[in-house]
Ligand binder design. Structure first.
Ligand SMILES: [Zn+2]
Length: 257
């Protein structure tokens, strides 16, 4: 079921980790960000959009983790985008014939059969430095950073006062640092929080990839909370390699939620 969170912006929540698919209404159809997780949920979303007479005209994946790369045939064949770095990461992983089998192992067994992997990750990289999603609708500014996953992007729908945060600023997940693809995961995370803080004044509605929708007050509160958490990791003598040894296996594979 679609729920409006701002004028022309709706979300479809999954049972899996409170994942939020985000729909932004444009002139001739919608932009769909992180389409969803389970087959029946994405089919339901496709049906809701059909009833509204709003075809998907563009898709976007905020980052290269499996639960943000899924798609359903009934959502159609609009171009699906990600940042150049996100798309390159997905392409490299998909070139490994065992990649999907490994993803299948990461999916909780109770929903594994409901997660369709056939259209996973078929995204086009937007050239580096692309400022907006190329589509006919409210401008969606790309805020790219390297926290959580390579080429992660939040989208700011400025006209609607909405920040689509991807896997940042969640109230149900702790900050998960990308320990694979970067020399300084802590600084990358702090830099990303600064970028989000820079636009916080324009945000009335915060939509995290997982968790509850927040109002303007939540943007600063969650930034402060996550910064405090990350600072606490920044203990003297703790380096990225040591953090990596501490991380659970799913995070080291670069494919957490
Ligand atoms: Zn993620």
């Amino acid at each position: 079921m679609l729920r409006q969170v701002a004028e022309g912006v709706l979300i479809h929540e999954s049972e899996f980790l409170q994942s939020n698919a985000v729909v932004v209404q444009g002139r001739a159809g919608v932009l769909l960000i992180d389409a969803g997780v389970q087959d029946n949920e994405m089919a339901c979303l496709a049906n809701d959009l059909r009833e509204l007479g709003q075809p998907v005209v563009a898709g976007f994946s905020t980052h290269p983790h499996w639960d943000h790369l899924l798609w359903h045939a009934e959502l159609g064949s609009a171009p699906r985008y990600g940042t150049a770095r996100c798309a390159a990461t997905v392409r490299a992983r998909l070139s490994d014939p065992l990649f999907k089998a490994r993803i299948a192992e990461l999916i909780p067994p109770d929903i594994a059969e409901q997660v369709p992997l056939d259209l996973l990750g078929l995204i086009t990289g937007l050239p580096a430095e692309t400022a907006q999603i190329p589509w006919d609708g409210p401008q969606a500014r790309i805020i790219e950073h390297q926290a959580h996953a390579p080429g992660h992007a939040a989208l700011l729908i400025e006209e609607r006062g909405v920040l689509v945060a991807g896997d940042m600023l969640s109230d149900v997940l702790i900050p998960m640092l990308d320990l694979n693809d970067t020399a300084d995961p802590i600084e990358d995370y702090l830099a990303a929080l600064r970028l989000l803080e820079d636009v916080a004044g324009d945000v009335d509605v915060l939509v995290p990839g997982h968790g509850s929708i927040g109002g303007a007050d939540q943007v600063h509160a969650r930034i402060d909370q996550d910064r405090a958490y990350v600072h606490a990791l920044w203990l003297p003598g703790v380096h990225a390699r040591q953090l990596q040894r501490l991380a659970p296996r799913s995070e080291r594979d670069g494919t957490p939620g």
